[in-house]
Design a protein around this ligand. Structure first.
Ligand code: FAD
Length: 504
């Protein structure tokens, strides 16, 4: 009986939705067609369907240059946040195993790491998420189409299947959430042919003894897992203080950095090894070494080229290639919207894409006028020593308010866990950037240390509520934690006093 009721309810709902949508859409196939089934696109399409809209989501993965491909869910699930955090955990466990011996654990034999075991477990988890997304779309009655979408006009999307078949869809509103893909330095001979990117690394099945990486540093951290240490080449000349702390820590734990080095070429030797030539900018001389793999991590390019945007009149930022969007995610063409990594000026983060997608769906369904607030989004870099932050950097605060109008409080602290393990804590650091005067409104909060993501997430709420230094000082810490150190900062940079935390 219960099952029958469920079927009846479902029948009623479907037919009801169809009636409503027919009225709403007139001659359109859908109320909403979303191109891109990543963090933002999925959130938007599911929310819209839940609000009674007739929705289709198109997701299509163009294989990487190396032929790597994956399922629905976009960057975060397949080649971003999720596999990255799991591999980060693998790296942290390696360090924890070393610490464990100091805490009395007897570990027979040398500690070694098996890439294939880790990769298989991570990839299985990702596949389970792909499956989960498909089930959810089905449950919420979102039509999922594994086709590559492009715009024909402001209400029509053309989909191309893998076999080249064309499918036409019309919609009242179209949302573009196609994200981005890693860039290659195409001007460097051999870079594309012999290099890989973050689109490949999480799907490698075999052990990778790594060589060369170009920023960002999150990647090098994971690769210290392997038996050979990675070298990270960096063109950054002036590192900000927080980034400097992270790279110092990584250097101490085996990542080699070749500062101010410009890669020139990558050649494959008959042995299969990759020979990289680079120029040392300080001496002007070329240097050469061989590596097992070359991974480029030099930023991402938006997926706009094949979307037919210009034909329809959707305006792009010529330099970045991203879509120009207003506060309500609308583009230059009415009823075409864009958000997530593809949107100009938007943070390239999953939670912002998800929240923006949900809010857009609600606005399109006439449920709310609420806009996404992109200010003061907290974030964390999952390097071996994690770095979390919310708000302005010291440099930004200085630029915006003037050096004399800000006060920077800081502390070098030692996580309790590091003491017994005899780990160097000299890069564990806290910085609170405040507006000078009165209760000293907090403009920026920065933290390097264990679990920076968890710590920063908690303080981010206080930040949203307009926290001041007085509030921070009034907050009673939880002892003994790293987060409590934030509630104790009292040495200003201006004072020149030693900021090292001593005692309990
Ligand atoms: P995406 O998730 O990229 O989804 C776009 C989808 O559209 C893809 O599936 C793509 O294949 C598809 N597509 C493209 N063109 C078409 C087309 N023409 N037709 C149909 N489908 C198409 N963010 C965090 O918040 N925390 C992290 O820890 C984090 N770690 C990251 C680590 C790495 C290595 C990377 C690369 C990114 C990371 N990010 C992280 C960023 C995060 O993954 C992105 O900000 C987020 O996925 C953007 O979501 P999106 O919906 O805009 O696009």
């Amino acid at each position: 009986m219960a099952a029958l009721c469920r079927v009846r309810h479902r029948w009623k709902r479907t037919n009801c939705i169809q009636l409503i949508t027919r009225n709403l859409t007139g001659t359109f196939d859908y109320d909403l067609v979303v191109i891109g089934g990543g963090s933002g696109g999925l959130a938007c399409s599911k929310e819209a369907a839940q609000l009674g809209q007739k929705v289709a989501v198109l997701d299509y993965v163009e294989p990487s240059v190396k032929g790597t491909k994956w399922g629905i869910g976009g960057t975060c699930v397949n080649v971003g946040c999720i596999p990255k955090k799991l591999m980060h955990q693998a790296a942290l466990l390696g360090t924890a195993l070393k610490d464990a011996q100091k805490y009395g654990w007897q570990i027979p034999g040398p500690i070694s790491h098996n890439w294939s075991t880790m990769a298989e477990a991570v990839q299985n988890h990702v596949r389970s998420l792909n499956w989960g997304h498909r089930v959810q779309l089905q449950d919420k009655e979102v039509k999922y189409l594994n086709i590559k979408g492009s715009l024909v006009d402001e209400h029509t999307v053309k989909g191309l299947t893998r076999t080249g078949k064309e499918i036409m869809l019309t919609a009242k509103n179209i949302v573009i959430a196609t994200g981005g893909r890693p860039k290659y330095p195409t001007h460097i001979p051999g870079a594309v042919e012999h290099g890989i990117t973050s689109d490949d690394i999480f799907w490698l099945k075999e052990t990778v003894a790594f060589g060369i990486i170009l920023f960002p540093i999150w990647c090098a951290g994971k690769l210290t897992l392997g038996c050979q240490h990675p070298i990270t080449f960096s063109l950054l000349c002036v590192l900000q203080q927080m980034a400097g702390l992270v790279t110092d820590y990584m250097e101490a734990y085996g990542t080699k950095f070749s500062w101010r080095s410009v890669p020139k070429s990558v050649d494959k030797l008959s042995s299969g090894a990759l020979q990289v030539t680079w120029t040392d900018e300080q001496t002007g001389k070329d240097q050469r070494d061989t590596f097992d793999s070359v991974l480029w991590a030099i930023g991402r390019a938006p997926e706009t080229k094949t979307l037919g945007l210009e034909k329809v009149g959707v305006k792009l930022n010529k330099e970045s290639g991203k879509i120009l969007v207003a506060a309500d995610e609308s583009t230059s063409v009415p009823n075409i919207y864009a958000f997530g990594d593809i949107g100009e000026g938007r943070p390239e983060l999953t939670p912002t894409a998800i929240k923006a997608g949900k809010l857009l769906a609600r606005r399109l369904a006439g449920q709310t006028n609420e806009l996404m607030n992109y200010d003061n989004v907290a974030t964390t870099v999952f390097t071996p020593l994690e770095y979390g932050c919310v708000g302005l950097s010291e440099e930004e605060a200085e630029g915006r308010h003037g050096k004399d109008s800000i006060e920077v409080y800081h502390a070098f602290y030692k996580p309790l866990e590091f003491t017994v393990a005899e780990r160097d804590a000299s890069q564990c650091y806290i910085k609170v950037v405040c507006k000078r005067g009165g209760d000293q409104r907090i403009l920026g909060l920065h933290f390097t240390g264990p679990n920076a993501g968890e710590v920063t997430q908690g303080f981010a709420m206080g930040f949203q509520c307009g926290a001041t230094l007085t509030h921070l000082k009034e907050t009673v810490g939880i002892h003994p934690t790293c987060a409590e150190e934030l509630t104790k900062v009292n040495v200003s940079k201006r004072s020149g006093l030693d900021a090292t935390v001593t005692g309990c």
